[in-house]
Design a protein. Structure first.
Length: 323
């Protein structure tokens, strides 16, 4: 694979503190987990959206932001913000989804389609090392490859499929989760799957499966055993990350069509809702070994305009009742 180097644009980022410790709602009997929430917003002129999508053990955060309709990936490390743009494909389409302790970032971007009769554009995955070198990830013979998370040992998870219209086929079409390591790809047998999180040695993988184009459910693969997650009060769900202790985060849609984040930890289920009366939806997208959680929420202002902000939520261990 071709390695590329790109100079990164670096500046100080702004963290807006949104509130103090807030208990998560629990849907099952057990403990209450207290989280300290902070908004994460890219403080650049014209930014219309910020999403925090991954976090590593050092507390480095990756995600995406938009200026108008133009998107970029970002890395926030020790209060220093770096824009990440893959040096190729269609400008303004880069997203950063995961980061491991070595600072290797995994993400995706949009390129022009290459298969005759296929899509006009395709999605491709990338790795970016701590020095800024890029490596492409393309599942063999697939038009689209998504890169979502990366383990401390360098295993990448995501999904691949051949064409966008394949996704509309009942059962997920040609879409499958995969694991990539050092140039080797391993496809997951269940169709319609997308791997979104992986532990250090791959003993646990979490993701989302689309049994039909309109339905999706969170799943876990533990030591090769595939099972759907039981997410209370949900009509759809998506597992987005897992940490070494087996804590899983993601999001679900309830019967009122509202989106909430969730945390499954030590057999307990808890909802994650960013605090505030103006918040209309929350998604949890990443969790690190310490239990820090990142994601994004959508709020509506007085005029009804929606705003998307990233967040980081850290555990208040002194207040957790199960510690």
């Amino acid at each position: 694979m071709k390695n590329l180097r790109i100079a990164a644009f670096t500046m100080l980022a702004t963290l807006f503190v949104a509130g103090s410790a807030v208990p998560l709602g629990t849907a099952l009997a057990g403990s209450k987990h207290h989280l300290n929430f902070k908004s994460v917003d890219v403080d650049l002129p014209g930014v219309t959206l910020t999403q925090a999508l991954g976090i590593n053990a050092e507390g480095d955060i990756v995600g995406r932001y938009q200026v108008g309709s133009v998107g970029h990936g970002f890395l926030l490390s020790e209060d220093t913000f770096t824009t990440i743009d893959y040096p190729g494909g269609i400008s303004g389409t880069t997203q950063a989804h995961g980061i491991n302790p070595e600072g290797v970032v995994v993400g995706l971007y949009t390129d022009h389609g290459t298969i005759v009769g296929g899509d006009a554009v395709r999605t491709r995955a990338f790795l970016r090392d701590a020095s800024g070198n890029f490596t492409a990830i393309d599942f063999p013979d697939a038009e689209n490859t998504f890169g979502i998370k990366i383990s401390p040992t360098g295993q990448v998870v995501g999904c691949y499929h051949h064409q966008g219209r394949d996704f509309a086929v009942s059962g997920g079409g040609t879409m499958h989760g995969y694991v990539y390591l050092n140039g080797a790809y391993e496809s997951f047998a269940v169709p319609g799957t997308m791997h979104n999180g992986i532990t250090r040695h791959g003993s646990i993988i979490v993701g989302v499966v689309f049994p039909t184009p309109a339905t999706f459910y969170a799943y876990k693969v533990e030591h090769g055993d595939y099972q759907l997650l039981d997410i209370p009060n949900s009509i759809s769900s998506d597992a987005r990350d897992v940490n070494p202790s087996g804590a899983i985060v993601g999001f679900f849609i309830d019967s009122a069509n509202k989106t909430h984040g969730f945390l499954v930890r030590k057999g307990d289920f808890a909802t994650i809702d960013f605090p505030g009366a103006d918040v209309v939806s929350t998604q949890a997208r990443g969790i690190n070994p310490q239990g820090d959680i990142v994601g994004f929420y959508v709020s509506k202002d007085a005029s009804g305009v929606s705003h998307t902000h990233g967040f980081v939520a850290t555990r208040n261990k002194d207040e957790d009742e199960d510690n």
